[in-house]
Design a protein around this ligand. Sequence first.
Ligand code: SAM
Length: 263
Amino acid sequence: MRDIQFKKKYGQNFLKDDSIPKKIVAYSAIPEDTLVIEIGPGAGALTKELAPCCKQVLAYEIDDSLSSILAVNLEPYSNIDIVYADFLTRDVKEDLKKYSYSHLYVIANLPYYITTPILLKLIEEHISVDKIVVMVQKEVGIRFSAKPGSRDYGSITVFFHYYFQLKKLFDVSRNCFVPKPNVDSVILSFTKKDYLLPLKNQDFFFQLVRDAFQFKRKTLKNNLKKYNLNIIEQVLSCHSLDLSVRAEALSLEIFVELSNALT
Ligand code: SAM
């Protein structure tokens, strides 16, 4: 670690010792025959704990100057492939075709500057993940797990709750990293739901939710002007709501109902 030039632009805060990676792997309860995708192996602190517990690790690292340290640190393991590329622009589905596995997990200490785009990519590109266990900034963790009616509830919350059961696993202090970040972190797990609420059109649902939250202080009447407001009003009235509410008042179930009524 002493020789690494940490790059702030890539969100490089590396875990200092083995205890947190070991705990992340233990909490992840990885079944046999699992392929684990890791985004940002850094110097390999988490990667070397994952390798003995799964069939294969497929790691994406944007910073290829880490290749020599990773080669040394991960030398004992033959089931790790590292792709030096930007995860966000990579065709991950194409990469996965090379492997056979029964379960797909994503386990990572995420680069904080792109936490949401990484998680959205998994959803929007239909990468069929069984479970995601990730370290995120504490405030981001609060937003992801927010309940309807709270200030932190937003479109991202609705998307994630549509597909996944969210759980906070444990907190991680800023003192566990080098260099030390300004915030504490939390480990979250997202487990794919066995049953998804039936949606007529997923892309439409995503757009509707985004539009509903576009201006957080505005009512649905204002944010959803371009949709059929009569239909929206009818659905809302079944839940004793009207067009003067804000998106933050609507549960996932009501969003799904609205989306299906409008398509
Ligand atoms: N896993 C290591 C650990 O826990 O010590 C490092 C985690 S560090 C918070 C985030 C890592 O993600 C860095 O190694 C960084 O270079 C990498 N990274 C940043 N942006 C990336 C991207 N777009 N695609 C792939 N890796 C990225």
